[in-house]
Design a protein around this ligand. Sequence first.
Ligand code: SF4
Length: 261
Amino acid sequence: MWALRGLRNGVVTTRWPSRPDEYAAATRGPAAIRAGRAGAAAAVDAAGLCPTGAISVTGQGGLRVDQGRCILCGRCVTGRPDVFAWSEGPGTAAVTRAGLIMPSEETPEALAEVMTGLRQRTRALRRSVHLRHVDAGSDGSEEWEILALLNPVYDIHRLGMFFTASPRHADILLVTGAGSRGMTGPLRTTYEAMPHPKVVMAVGTDAVSGGIVSPSYATTGGIGGTVPVDVWLPGSPPSPFAIMAGLLLALDRLASGGDHQ
Ligand code: SF4
């Protein structure tokens, strides 16, 4: 029965990123400012649309969007479609927190320096990378997407990535959730138990900035104050493709289609 179903369905596993994938390309990311619309005229009434304060007006009166605070509620995209649109594709992660802010004020030199440091740290991991996941106050949505990495469609094992239960065997720490204060100690302990070199990825807008409810009496406003984050991945939740893209960005394997350079 299962064999027949398998033969009928054929191979369902994506070849992304070594081959283009329509579904990956259509992945919805955080809200973005349309080209040429970050000026003062577009800023009128726009900042008040956002429930998380992701949209703000700069000192010069221009518009700014912090994608690390975007929960993809859609209020700006439906309220001001002339100014805002959804970003598309899985490449939404950044290696600095400032890299999630549009328009970007990061210099190419500063970005290159961060990437060089990350590359030097992760070079030794090659195609055997072990992931440890910690839930630091998640609503559960990111966990569904992380779990999907193991299904036949995404099959993250084909990229040489494997989940491990022990931080002692882990290379990359995936952290979800708004940073609940009760998880501050366990998260720090997990990080310290990991061997060097190690990488931390904040998975989802809650982990990046705390989302809609943070900081509060119960949450720290994201996990950046507890562990040093290397990759910031917005999304509420981010798709499995976006999580894979963030992991490959950390390993500097994104540009080479998932392989080593
Ligand atoms: S989609 Fe919602 S949360 Fe995101 S920037 Fe727009 S209004 Fe803010």
